[in-house]
Design a protein around this ligand. Structure first.
Ligand code: ATP
Ligand code: ZN
Length: 210
């Protein structure tokens, strides 16, 4: 039996469940429960918050998982990546107030920036030679400038409409992300065999979609 961790409810959930089903795996999806067992493959599915998935897979609480690269890399666990999955594409971007002038990234020197991704942001700023004051907050990052909490924000964007509706303007792409399959690095022979079977099926699904 191999244990897969997926997001319980959010922007990764539907496509994660769909991928498993497209691999020919049947299960009763009751997301009110924390876990479920597949009926035709030795697979157990755990439903978790996305932020907890990399750590659980690293620790072996789950054997494999599906998570966004933004969360995985922020947590410093990109070494767990097995396969890019091509859904939940988004980017981590810097945005400033619509009326602010922004000639280039040096405009952020000495400014305060609110984000839920301090490590990815710090890495970007360092690569640009910019020093800023990073405020880590866990949610509603986009309202920070309007309430005077920060000069700029660094947040996840897909269409950009949330930024615009909060009076913000996207100025830099910090990180590009999609969903990835991750695996514990000491799976053992039997679980590795099951992972290879799953990968084989996922690749067939991806080929059929091209
Ligand atoms: P949880 O309750 O599990 O912690 P969350 O609120 O942190 O959920 P979601 O907003 O559901 O997370 O986003 C989960 C992941 O989906 C993000 O980490 C990112 O990889 C991706 N994602 C986020 N926003 C978008 C978007 N607008 N479009 C596509 N994918 C996105
Ligand atoms: Zn989360």
């Amino acid at each position: 039996m191999i244990r897969l961790a997926i997001q319980k409810s959010g922007r990764l959930s539907d496509d994660s469940l769909k991928l498993i089903r497209e691999c020919g795996i049947s299960f009763i999806s009751t997301t009110s429960k924390l876990k479920t067992e597949a009926t035709n493959f030795p697979l157990e599915i755990l439903f978790l918050r996305d932020d907890d998935i990399p750590g659980y897979v690293a620790d072996g609480v789950a054997d494999i998982g599906i998570v966004g690269q933004n969360v995985l890399v922020e947590e410093g666990l990109q070494r767990l990546t097995v396969k890019n999955l091509g859904f939940s594409k988004c980017r981590l971007s810097l945005a400033v107030s619509k009326g602010d002038t922004y000639p280039d990234v040096s405009s952020l020197q000495g400014k305060s920036i609110a984000t839920s991704y301090p490590n990815l942001l710090q890495e970007f700023l360092t690569s640009k030679g910019v020093t800023a004051d990073i405020h880590t907050i866990s949610g509603s990052v986009e309202i920070a400038p309007s309430i005077g909490l920060a000069d700029a924000v660094c947040d996840i964007v897909s269409s950009g409409s949330t930024l615009i509706s909060n009076g913000l303007r996207e100025v830099e792409t910090v990180f590009k992300s999609e969903a990835v399959l991750i695996a514990n690095q000491n799976l053992g022979q039997e679980k590795n065999r099951l992972l290879q079977q799953l990968l084989f099926r996922m690749e067939a699904v991806q080929k059929a979609q091209k």
